[in-house]
Ligand binder design. Structure first.
Ligand code: SF4
Length: 433
């Protein structure tokens, strides 16, 4: 990767609007050595004579197309990061973007981070072509913005079958310095849990490859939500699939994402658990990475749990709890026990008592979420008051419990992803991008 000798990359800013260019420079000069050009012609001649790590090119230049310039530079400078600043709502067809990163032309201070993250991610990558292969393993179909979240719909490009998926990107309201990226590890899921939208997909149920998971991560870094974020990124395997059905690809995907060593990445795996021996081997393998587990329990009554999540049949809850306890001893990372509250099913005083008994003294926190409308046929949405009461009971017993809303409902407004949960903040979610 080409960059100046001082450790700071050299960036060439190419923009015809003089004022905008000046403001861009004032932000980038803190972290880069800055060169500037106002035309494509000037940019080409500077590129031919200088070592430049990053090119940031406006899509509209006074003497031509920024995209054409970006493509030319891409050919000339194979080891540089080439970013195109597209106008808001300007769509760049994916076949034009090979090797080119896109950011939206917006407030100048917000552009610095994503551009630097591309550079951090790619400067140590021994094989630039792999990054392209990861990206090209999925095609982005749309990006829907819902009150500060972004739902990114994609299709797998591996064959002609219509296999679609969704990733979700947001900044957590309680940890605004962190960007959360929820990705799918499967299209559909073999789990067939009754309360899960992924489990209801019948056609083309597919395990995603490591490339397809990493592709979601890389495309998520282009999201409008990523503007202004610092350097911490949580990647959650929360948008479809459970790693117990796809452990090797999930492991490899994490390994690839972690391999740049430059981005501050943490991972969250949600799981229903599995047969003791197999599950232990899956969990132990994750010890080499910063992975935290969210364990979908939902009932401590064996028959009820198996009804809700048929794939949990034959599991020992105590064995799985011990596996997570050992994981804590080795890594210091606590597990979160997830409890989707269903009226008349798992919301009683007896349920509170069972959770307290099960979790007390364990390195385990509890996340209670409400059943979202339409998620479990035959059961209606539970009230927020009931949820607050339930969490209050757990807190009163000294359990570290928190209350979340599940956004993966049939309701269009919140049709985000089954695994996306956020704190309540009144009537609507307000997440500034
Ligand atoms: S809850 Fe998890 S394991 Fe169950 S069907 Fe959904 S994605 Fe699969």
């Amino acid at each position: 990767m080409q960059h100046g000798g001082s450790g700071k990359p050299t960036i060439l800013l190419v923009e015809s609007d003089w004022e905008y260019l000046g403001r861009l420079k004032s932000h980038f000069k803190v972290v880069c050595r800055v060169l500037m050009a106002r035309t494509a012609r000037d940019a080409e001649s500077i590129a031919a004579s200088k070592r430049i790590g990053i090119f940031l090119i406006a899509s509209r230049l006074e003497d031509g197309s920024g995209l054409e310039l970006a493509k030319k530079i891409r050919q000339m400078k194979q080891k540089s990061v080439v970013c195109l600043m597209r106008e808001k709502d300007e769509l760049i067809p994916s076949h034009h973007k090979i090797g080119i990163r896109c950011v939206e032309k917006t407030e100048q201070g917000l552009i610095t981070r994503p551009v630097l993250n591309f550079w951090l991610l790619e400067k140590n990558s021994s094989n630039q072509n792999n990054l392209e292969e990861f990206r090209n393993s999925i095609e982005i179909l749309s990006r829907t913005q819902v009150e500060g979240l972004e739902a990114m719909d994609f299709r797998l490009t591996r064959d002609k079958f219509p296999r679609y998926g969704r990733s979700v990107i947001y900044r957590h309201p309680e940890h605004r310095e962190i960007i959360d990226i929820g990705i799918a590890s499967m299209r559909g899921c073999y789990g067939k849990c009754r309360m899960c939208l992924s489990g209801r997909i019948k056609k083309y149920v597919t395990k995603l490859s490591d490339y397809e998971m990493v592709g979601q991560f890389l495309h998520s870094l282009d999201s409008f939500v990523s503007y202004g974020f610092r350097t911490k990124i949580n990647v959650g395997f929360t948008c479809g699939g459970d790693f117990i059905f796809n452990p090797d690809n999930t492991y490899r995907a994490i390994k690839i994402m972690k391999s740049s060593g430059e981005l501050d990445l943490n991972f969250i795996i949600t799981t229903i658990g599995s047969n003791t021996k197999i599950f232990k081997s899956y969990v132990d393998k994750m010890m080499e990475f910063p992975v935290s587990f969210y364990w979908s329990v939902h009932s401590l009554d064996r028959a009820k749990r198996e009804w809700l999540m048929p794939a949990t049949k034959g599991q020992s809850l105590e064995d799985i709890r011990r596996i997570f306890s050992d994981y804590f001893l080795m890594t210091g990372r606590r597990t979160t026990l997830s409890w989707m509250l269903v009226h008349g099913f798992n919301d009683s005083v007896e349920d509170v008592e069972k959770i307290v008994k099960f979790v007390d003294g364990q390195p385990m926190d509890v996340k209670v979420m409400l059943l979202a409308n339409g998620c479990l046929p035959g059961y209606s949405a539970i009230t927020r008051e009931r949820g607050e009461w339930f969490v209050g009971q757990l807190l009163a017993h000294g359990i570290n419990a928190r209350f979340r809303e599940n956004l993966g409902s049939e309701d269009i407004r919140n049709k985000v992803s089954c695994g996306t949960t956020l704190p309540f903040d009144g009537q609507t979610h307000k997440f500034a991008a």
